[in-house]
Design a protein around this ligand. Structure first.
Ligand SMILES: *Cc1c(COP(=O)(O)O)cnc(C)c1O
Length: 472
């Protein structure tokens, strides 16, 4: 010991022995199949903590009783055996929540993944000729028929799609972008940085709030290789604003034989205006305006897996496919299976809103959300408690994921407040549960927004809220 003044309590000798604990733990039914090294390591870590605690005076003799130590080891083992990547209940109401995994997959997409994961597949094998095939081809026709594009390719994500497109079209040349569109998407996607990485030179035109066609016209030089439009996904500039209509940009580009590219971000394939959601461009409409190439994400509004979709003119897409970077950014077979499974659901515009969870959450009837909230409320409202208040709150959910930054959807939440606990500590409590519940704080109230809660999670939430009331 480095500190001679501290006297180590004698009862430190009572700390149980590793072998004895191992024997007891490995006899418990729930741990009988647990690998020995994991159990031993957990016991050793627990005992080490106990030893340090005793020396610091944190633990008394009673804390070293074998039964107590066994309980502690069990708790730590359960924790150690939990996968690091685990399901959570998204009660934020934010549908495309990047930190919580963006979109949930449709069940048919999931089945397709399972089939492809457990069997060999024709990933790069042409079943007609028996020769090498191309993985893109498996979804290319589907993307083309859904979007009206001449040709399509898919890569790892939309950041990759933008990067490879810029690199292919404009490396060592320049690209003109409006200052109002030099966006940053949370988590390090910045147009100027991606541009630098691609080897293209960024030419900014206009001002933050206003850009006119003449700004593009004046900036065009022999160096120019591309006019780029970027969907300012996650923010909106309001007030005295002007941006150039895509059709005008296309007209200008084509007059001068310059391709026009649109990074759409979310990539929406359905008309949401019929669901009273406005302002998110539809891929088909954008392509029909004559834009040469669009890029969008697979896991935002499209509701599929993480992927980057590039659609547009064949001549450009062919060059992109041949770019060596395509190999580095290539899409994995399980993702491809999920993407194909998702895209096939779009072939039936009537059922797609029910089958793709992201679309189902967006169009979830308010009455359905209300009734789920009321069910939980009536189950917990009578649990005796004088300092926890549970009530029904009518507010708004966000779509998230850089789609429709301004539009919100009316929703119902369970609101929880306490006279004794801070709203932050309520938030921490729900986050520490298994499965963790992620809610949101609004007006100093902890909210569970039911828009994004799945039917089988309702019962779990009901128990959690009940337990919280009873225990607080
Ligand atoms: C989300 C987004 C990206 C990045 O897409 P990822 O699929 O996350 O790589 C790029 N551009 C825009 C406009 C976006 O909204």
């Amino acid at each position: 010991m480095d500190n001679k003044n501290i006297e180590i309590p004698k009862y430190i000798q009572n700390i149980p022995k590793v072998d004895k604990l191992y024997q007891q733990i490995s006899n418990l039914p729930q741990f009988k199949d647990t690998a020995r090294p994991i159990v031993i390591q957990t016991i050793q870590d627990t005992l080490e903590r106990l030893r340090k605690g005793v020396i610091k005076g944190k633990f008394q003799e009673a804390d070293l009783h074998e039964s107590k130590v066994i309980n502690e080891v069990q708790f730590m083992l359960n924790k150690a055996m939990q996968p690091n990547l685990q399901p959570v209940i998204n009660a934020t109401g934010i549908i495309v929540h990047t930190n919580l995994g963006r979109s949930l997959l449709a069940s048919s997409a999931l089945e397709h993944i399972i089939q492809i994961a457990c069997h060999y597949s024709n990933l790069e094998y042409d079943l007609q000729t028996g020769k090498r095939g191309h993985r893109y081809q498996l979804v290319e026709d589907l993307i083309c028929s859904l979007t009206g594009a001449e040709s399509a390719a898919v890569v790892n994500n939309n950041a990759g799609a933008v990067l490879i497109s810029l690199q292919t079209i404009a490396s060592n040349k320049s690209v003109i972008v409006s200052r109002g569109e030099l966006i940053e998407i949370g988590g390090s996607f910045r147009i100027p940085d991606i541009m630098a990485l691609s080897g293209a030179k960024l030419i900014e035109v206009g001002t933050t709030n206003r850009t006119h066609l003449r700004d593009y016209q004046n900036a065009i030089s022999p160096e120019t290789a591309l006019l780029l439009k970027v969907h300012p996904s996650n923010y909106s500039i309001e007030g005295f604003t002007a941006s150039v209509d895509l059709k005008e940009m296309v007209h200008l580009g084509h007059e001068l034989s310059l391709p026009v590219m649109y990074d759409m971000g979310s990539g929406n394939l359905v008309d949401l205006t019929s669901k009273d959601i406005h302002g998110e461009p539809v891929v088909q409409t954008i392509l029909s305006s004559g834009v040469d190439i669009v890029t969008f994400s697979g896991d935002k509004l499209l509701g599929g897996p993480q992927a980057g979709i590039i659609a547009g003119r064949k001549a450009i897409i062919e060059l992109i496919k041949k770019n060596p970077m395509a190999r580095a950014l290539r899409i994995d077979k399980l993702t491809l299976a999920a993407l194909e499974g998702t895209l096939r659901l779009y072939q039936d515009p009537k059922t797609v809103f029910n089958k793709v969870p992201t679309l189902a959450f967006i169009t979830r009837p308010l009455l359905e959300i209300k009734s789920a909230v009321e069910t939980l409320y009536s189950a917990v409202k009578d649990l005796e408690n004088d300092h926890i208040q549970v009530n029904i709150v009518k507010t708004n959910s966000k779509i998230g994921g850089g789609a429709l930054p301004v539009q919100t959807l009316p929703t119902y939440c369970i609101g929880i407040t306490s006279e004794k606990r801070s709203v932050d500590s309520i938030e921490r409590y729900f986050r520490s549960l298994n499965p963790p519940v992620i809610g949101r704080i609004e007006n100093d109230q902890y909210l569970l927004d039911f828009r994004t809660v799945l039917p089988d999670e309702m019962k779990v939430l009901q128990k959690f809220v009940g337990d919280f009331k009873a225990a607080s």
